[in-house]
Design a protein around this ligand. Sequence first.
Ligand code: ZN
Length: 235
Amino acid sequence: MAFTHTINQTRNGKHPGNGYREGLGMPETETGERPNFIVVEDVAEGLIDSRAAIEAAVRQILVSVGEDPERDGLVKTPHRVARMYDELLDGYDKDLETVVNGAFFDVEYGEGEMVVVAEIEYNSMCEHHMLPFVGKAHVAYIPRDRVIGLSKIPRIVDMFAHRLQVQERLTNEVADAITEALDPAGVMVVVEGQHMCGSLRGVKKHGVNMITTAKRGEFSANRELRDEFYRLIGK
Ligand SMILES: [Zn+2]
C-alpha cells in the first residue's frame, strides 16, 4: 500500500546533547555565564536542536515574566517543559504509513454496514494559544473489502492531535487519513473538545464543549447513516 499523503512538518535535529547543560537549556559562554537569550544552533550540521531551543525559549519566558529561573522550583522547569513538548507534540515525527503499518484485514461484512470506533480519548494543543484541548473522537467508516486494525484508528487520532491544532482541522485530517488508508465507501468523524483557552480566558465558562464533524463519501450523501452513527455513539 502506497500512501500519497506525506507529512512534511517533521521537526529536525532531535539529537540531544550538543554540550548544553542538562536541565538549564543554556550553553555556558567562555566566561561561564549563561546569557539571557540565545539562538541554539548546531552549526556543524545546520540543524536546530529542538529540545535545547525550547529550553532556552522557556527560560526566556521565565525571565520575561519577572521570575528568577535559577530558583529551586524553576531551575529544571525549562527542561521539563521541553520534555513535555517532546511528548505532546510527537505527532510531527509520525506519518500515516508508519502508524498504520499495513494492519489491514480482508473481511466479509454486511454491504453498507458501518464500523464504529467510539470514545477515543485524545489530548491536543490549540495552535492559537498553545494551551491544551482534550476530549473524545468518534470514528465510523463503511468498509468496501477491508478493515483496519482496531488500535490503528486511535493512533491516527493521536498522530494528528499531537501537533499544534485547531479542532476543525484535526477532525478533517482524521477523516482524510482514514479515507486515504482504507478507501472506504464512507467515513465520518465526530470530535468533542474542551478548550483550556476558552475556559481560562475571555468567556470563562467551564466545560464548554465544542463538537466538530467531518463526513466523506456515503456519510455526506445519506442522512440515515449519519443518524445511525449519532445513535451508536449516544448523541
Ligand atoms: Zn486557543
